[in-house]
Design a protein around this ligand. Structure first.
Ligand code: SF4
Length: 128
């Protein structure tokens, strides 16, 4: 199973003692390997709060009538439109400058940025 897990070895062992389904790796003294995608309860709560804030912001904009398409574009030029089934009808102009740029942060950098934005309020969709 891909994704994040709670940074609590006891919980991970209780859920999947065999390690077949949850890909957590532990050091000999029972700590998570740095490469394991485990988050503390504080980090999980920040992520949840941040996602809620993004939903609130998007909902408010939609209620204000702003419904334009704004797909993401990453630093390496990958976009949200690449495999989209609605490309032929949505009307978004790829040559426009209306992309939502998404930096390729490492997890730790993203967590720091989310924490900062939650403290400062960020702007629409959580951007700075
Ligand atoms: S092609 Fe249109 S609908 Fe699909 S992701 Fe891009 S902007 Fe959105």
């Amino acid at each position: 199973m891909q994704g994040m897990m709670l940074k609590d070895a006891a919980v991970v062992h209780e859920i999947d003692a065999s390690g077949r389904f949850i890909r957590a790796r532990f050091t000999n003294d029972g700590k998570f390997y740095q490469t394991t995608n485990a988050k503390t309860p504080t980090e999980f709560n920040q992520l949840i709060e941040y996602v809620r804030e993004i939903f609130r912001s998007i909902g408010a904009k939609m209620l204000d009538g702003e419904i334009s398409a704004r797909p993401y574009k990453k630093d390496d030029n990958r976009t949200g439109c690449t495999f989209c089934e609605f490309k032929s009808v949505c009307g978004f102009e790829p040559d426009s400058k209306n992309w939502l740029t998404v930096p390729d942060w490492k997890d730790a950098d993203a967590i720091k940025e989310i924490e900062r934005r939650l403290k400062t309020g960020g702007d629409e969709h959580g951007r700075q």
